[in-house]
Write a protein that binds this ligand. Sequence first.
Ligand code: EPU
Length: 293
Amino acid sequence: MNWWKGLKGKIRFSEPLKAHTTFGIGGPAEFFIEPKDIKDLKSLLSLRKRYKLPLLLMGAGSNILPSDKGVKGIVLRLSSPYFKQIVFRNNSVEAGSGVILSKMINLAKGRGLSGLEFMAGMPGTVAGALVMNAGISGRNIADLVEKVAVMDYNGNIRVRRKDEIKFGYRKSNLDKYIILSSALRLTKKNKKKIEEEILEHINRRRLTQDLSSPSAGCVFKNPGGDSAGRLIDLCGLKGKTIGRAAISKKHANFVINRGGAQAQDVLKLMDLAKRRVKRKFGIMLHPEIKIWQ
Ligand code: EPU
């Protein structure tokens, strides 16, 4: 039964997810689908309901650890040109969910629009940043949100104003929807100043984070007021290796793929870090990355 026949977007079968995650890890997705536009996305949702297929959403693949065995059903990625549109209106930017953060930051800079600089160097899409409420030291994407257009899993489109969305630390209630696009409020600023701030953020990352090997950034959320990296470091786990995965020697909340790492290796390292931190500090760490079993 070729249930996908009527769809217009790109469909791949048994697609290795390791080709689409920044970790470079992940077995095959049964169906890897990039809908052409909103209508196509709606058709896909109705087919998936009719055929009772599981569905997982992928952004830029920068925060995901898929199982080595792969995933059943559909992996949905909104990365066709339709979902990558960017429009500037006065002091706002309206960006499709599949827009890559660095692209939006650079375009805003070119127009002398400030606000996004703190996300410089973050891999990921606009939708991913919104769902996770991406941020650093007290500044979050939530602060910029005017409204977000979403689709529910029945194909209904809604527009949620900022006051209708609940944002928390590295979370939001947008995770029950498929984000289509969003409007973010920016402010006019001198281009040179924007550029300087962007470079500052990128340089800070280069100095403190392990960007030389594939990873998914920080694997754990920071526990209230502390740094997961600092705690794992104090447990003496920097450099600890299982299989081809290792806890970074530069930042202990980074697990890196040293080439050919398996999801199982990463999970074992995370479990070890969790147990050691719990034993030494009585603090429970929770994953920041999404684990697809
Ligand atoms: N530290 C250590 N050892 C380590 C890592 C950190 O002692 O191995 C110490 C640092 O010296 C510093 C403190 O811990 O005193 C905080 O470290 P850092 O400034 O690197 O920040 P973080 O809390 O570890 C958070 C975000 C990062 C974000 C940086 C920006 C989380 C889980 N992490 O890291 O986000 O880039 O702030 O400063 O919220 C991500 O979300 O993937 C991510 C990497």
